[in-house]
Design a protein around this ligand. Structure first.
Ligand code: AMP
Length: 249
């Protein structure tokens, strides 16, 4: 049973990396942002609650986020473990999480803000099937149309200059306090998010002591793809601390 957290600003590719890891190791990938987006797209009551906040690039209230995470994890469909992305986003969420779950590793995808802007503003989403595209390195065969279902490609409501600036500010402010908590208890590994997805995946696995990445398990479309592959080694920020969370689920 493995329990991991993956952190990184929007556009750092955390969804792609989490999916690659989960698919190969039979873990469940939990994306809090995807759960909210599903609710918005399907016009649920929760979707109506979070839509405006998400579109502005702000964070959804902690009570709601915590209940979404609690409900998702109590489904207990994660026999081989889970990798959670987009959570925790602040100190309170991190404390809530560690009260109930004992984490085996925290991956932080590190990307300069200028690169985040470049990637996020070129991101498109299929309005029909939800497939992600990136006009820089992963553009559709027919402009504006999804390769898989032919649906219309749209910009995510929160992928605007203004919303991104809010998110970046928010991220830098809160991420440090989350990491401070994780560094006390867990393994924290900072990985350069600029190389190609497979390279980053390899580095994540080295950090976590997992078997190497097998290319055939790669998802069809990556959320973000850089335009060149670099092979900088992963930076291990901290050795595992002796003290670990005690209430493993
Ligand atoms: P993401 O796809 O992880 O970037 O999440 C998209 C949006 O969902 C964020 O901009 C927030 O509005 C909301 N959201 C996702 N995860 C959280 C969280 N842990 N806490 C608060 N809001 C969140």
């Amino acid at each position: 049973m493995r329990k991991y957290v993956i952190m990184g600003v929007q556009g750092s590719g955390k969804g792609t990396q989490a999916q690659m890891l989960a698919a190969d190791l039979d873990m469940v990938h939990i994306s809090v942002g995807d759960i909210f987006r599903w609710n918005v797209q399907n016009h649920t009551k929760m979707g109506a609650q979070v839509r405006r906040v998400m579109a502005a690039g702000e964070l959804v209230g902690d009570d709601l986020v915590e209940s979404v995470v609690r409900d998702r994890l109590t489904q207990h469909d994660w026999n081989y473990g889970f990798i959670i992305d987009g959570f925790p986003r602040n100190r309170r969420q991190a404390e809530f999480f560690l009260e109930s779950y004992d984490i085996d590793g925290v991956i932080v995808l590190d990307l300069p803000d200028s690169e985040v802007r470049r990637r996020v503003l070129s991101r498109r989403l299929c309005a029909n099937c939800g497939m992600d595209y990136n006009l820089i390195a992963n553009s559709p065969k027919i402009p504006g149309r999804c390769d898989t279902c032919g649906g219309e490609l749209i910009t995510r409501e929160d992928d605007t200059e203004e919303a991104l600036a809010v998110r970046l500010r928010e991220y830098h402010k809160e991420a440090e306090s989350v990491l401070e908590i994780f560094r006390r208890k867990e393994y924290v590994f900072v990985v350069d998010a600029r190389p190609a997805p497979e390279v980053i995946q390899g580095q994540i696995r080295t950090c976590l002591g997992l078997p190497p990445y097998k290319a055939e398990t790669q998802p069809d479309k990556a959320e973000t793809q850089p335009d060149k592959a670099e092979t900088q080694p992963a930076k291990v920020e901290r050795e595992p601390a002796a003290q670990r969370g005690s209430a493993g689920a």
